[in-house]
Design a protein around this ligand. Structure first.
Ligand SMILES: [Zn+2]
Length: 288
């Protein structure tokens, strides 16, 4: 069965690419099947199981690709992890959680900034333009023009006092998100602020659509978090949650367009945002 997954999703990877994950990767709890999900690559018809943890409500895919395999898939820009068209898609605006992060950071004086998953560097450049020393991690081919951007967290300067650490839309892509969080905690000090965002499996859409929820994009996305699984993951990695908000990526600016308020669809969007039914967690954390 694992061979079949390897031949479909990682045929160019020549070590063992997949492992079975019948138990929760966050708390070891028992996995209950939610159904079969379609790959992020619409050209691949092999379905991927979505499981839910009976203890912490975490959702994950089974089988699970090992991290080395994921690294090689991202390096080659494989459709198994980025789908088709992602690298051409233009993202010109900061996401809602990124804007929330910038607003929170205004109150601090930051010397050193560390961002995992720099992507197209929209957020990274915001910090750079403030004269802050910025360090980043980015595996993909995009965003490699800065000497302070490294392919792996193991390569960043360890002597640096990082005031602010960011991993937005990163943990859901990793085989074991605790490995990354433990490495970050080893680089953090008592004053370090950690900002995270990742999919919220308790959102309105998640509960309703399950395997067809828009965030279910294996093997681009592998993990979908409940509050309990986020708390457990962070706690096991040396962090504690300071704030946890849910957002539906709804932009307040749209409210200015009064005419939209006469559309029922707009009210559904506003309710999802303000009642905490949103698809995304925005979490701040500090060292334990
Ligand atoms: Zn669990």
């Amino acid at each position: 069965m694992l061979d079949q997954y390897q031949s479909v999703f990682a045929s160019d990877y020549h070590s063992v690419a997949f492992k079975l994950a019948n138990n929760c990767p966050i708390c070891e709890g028992e996995g209950t099947p939610l159904g079969d999900a379609a790959s992020i690559d619409k050209n691949k018809s092999l379905k991927i199981k979505l499981l839910s943890c009976s203890d912490c409500n975490h959702w994950w895919h089974n089988p699970l690709p090992v991290q080395e395999c994921l690294n090689s898939l991202y390096e080659e820009g494989s459709n198994s992890v980025i789908g088709s068209g992602w690298s051409d898609a233009t993202k010109n605006d900061l996401s809602k959680p990124e804007k929330m992060l910038l607003a929170l950071e205004k109150g601090y004086e930051t010397k050193n900034y560390l961002e995992v998953g720099v992507g197209k560097a929209l957020l990274f450049n915001q910090f750079l333009s403030k004269g802050i020393n910025c360090f980043g991690i980015e595996l993909g081919q995009w965003g490699k023009n800065n000497p302070n951007i490294f392919p792996d967290l193991d390569d960043v300067p360890v002597s640096m006092q990082y005031d602010c650490m960011v991993a937005m839309d990163v943990l859901e892509h990793l085989s074991d998100p605790k490995v990354m969080l433990k490495k970050l905690s080893a680089l953090a000090n008592a004053k370090t602020r950690l900002y995270l965002s990742f999919p919220n499996n308790q959102s309105l859409r998640a509960r309703f659509y399950k395997t067809k929820w828009r965030m279910i994009l294996p093997y681009g996305h592998i993990h979908y978090f409940s509050y309990e699984s986020a708390k457990k993951m962070l706690g096991d990695s040396g962090w504690k949650i300071t704030t946890a908000q849910k957002t539906d990526l709804y932009k307040y600016e749209r409210l200015r367009k009064i005419r939209r308020l006469f559309k029922p669809n707009e009210w559904l969007k506003i309710m999802r945002e303000y009642f905490g039914w949103g698809d995304q967690w925005f979490i701040t954390a500090e060292i334990l």
